[in-house]
Design a protein around this ligand. Sequence first.
Ligand code: DGL
Length: 264
Amino acid sequence: MLNAGNPIGVMDSGIGGLTVVRELQRILPGEDIIYFGDSANCPYGNKTSDQIFELSSHMLQFLGDNGVKCTAIACNTISTMADRLRPCFDYKIVSIVEEAAKYVLREHLKSVGLIATEFTVASGKYAELIHEGDPECKVVGKGSPLLAALVDRGDFNQHDINTEIRTQVDNILAREKVENLILGCTHYPIVEENFHECYPEMHLINPALEQANAVKAYLTEQNALNPQKKGKFVICTSGDPQVYVNVGKRLGLFEASELKVVHI
Ligand code: DGL
């Protein structure tokens, strides 16, 4: 039986998962949230699966020790190995990749572009999950080696960000004229306006909302929604907490009641 008063965990390799916190705070404002962003080790997208597994396990352990009632793996890169992580923890883990794939299937999209980290694209997880439901759907992916790290630094250099977006999305468009593009890395919705500016006609899919809805559905089914009016928001990071404050403001998040530097 879950304790409704316990927090929801949200984890990411860095600040990207704050885009999931934004959606959670919109639809579940009463929930306490504890966030872990491993900025000291970001980007994860250029690491090996064993490195990512080990670092992610430490974060999930930390969140478990803090009594989370479930955790949203906001990071797409980490979510590609949700099946490997789940057996190690005794609380519900919601993968952002699984929820994004469900969206593509629910909307009956016939082709979709995917921009994500190189690891996420190479894992083939998006294509695998989408093809389980619709083998005909074209999934055209391109990894960006730079974009997550550019955003995680928090300096938002418009020129560098737009150049990287154009390089990778043009590569997708050269292979398939997609009209839908999954922002398959949680860092990307932070610079969603840059995507709009570069590709005004493109339908951008931000999986954060899908994941937040999945968390809500789970807590509803478990009868574990927190009835309080406004939840507490605690940020833990292995990196520079000031970047989290700045990005939190940019995204319009509730102000964090605690900001902790934690080394895992
Ligand atoms: N935020 C992570 C994701 O959604 C990627 C950033 C990184 O490479 O660490 O995939």
